[in-house]
Ligand binder design. Sequence first.
Ligand SMILES: [Mg+2]
Length: 232
Amino acid sequence: MSGSALRRGGAGTTEGLTVLDAGFIRSWIRIAAEGVGAARDHLTQLDAAIGDADHGVNMDRGMQAALAALEGQPDEEAPPGRLLELVGNAIVLKVGGAAGPLYGTAFRSGAEALGDAPVFSGEALLAALRAGLEGIQRLGAAVEGDKTIVDAWLPAVEAFERELRSGGDAVAAAARAAVAAEEGARETIPMEARKGRASYLGPRSIGHQDPGATSTAILFEALARAARSTLA
Ligand SMILES: [Mg+2]
């Protein structure tokens, strides 16, 4: 991999290993913010059915704040982990409800996992995504099947890992993770909510897709697109 590839594309490969950098994180968050913005009304409609109808607006505001935070941070002062920390901080500040602390914790936990390294591997990205999941579960105490973010994030991490273990690169792993997150979000439809505001509805929460799992699927779709565009 050449240095120019790193600067231009935000990622590359060297000695057969995937190398990701700050440009990849910036690309991920930019694409995620676009995706959340495009889905804003849909997310709000989902939240209207089983929550308080603010998830789309909240997430859109949070991702725009995250983008602004990254744009205010020069590359030379911002290793990938620092960028994720800024994203987490912006989300905590700007996203209301349960989603702010949960997603904020996810990104901050991912940031801790990446540390100060200027570049990172697909394996390190897996560790960051898993740290994010653990942060969400530590804070929200949700398990699979509770009709939450976890129902998309957990299968996404598992799919990412399966792909790496079977020899796939970060592009393939992120693509698998995106599909798994999307499936996981859809699989929340028949679930009865056991965590969060939707759980107050009991059986009436059945038949609606969870808004948090849906926004998680958008984040993983963005991850896959960022990986494809910076590594392919
Ligand atoms: Mg809400």
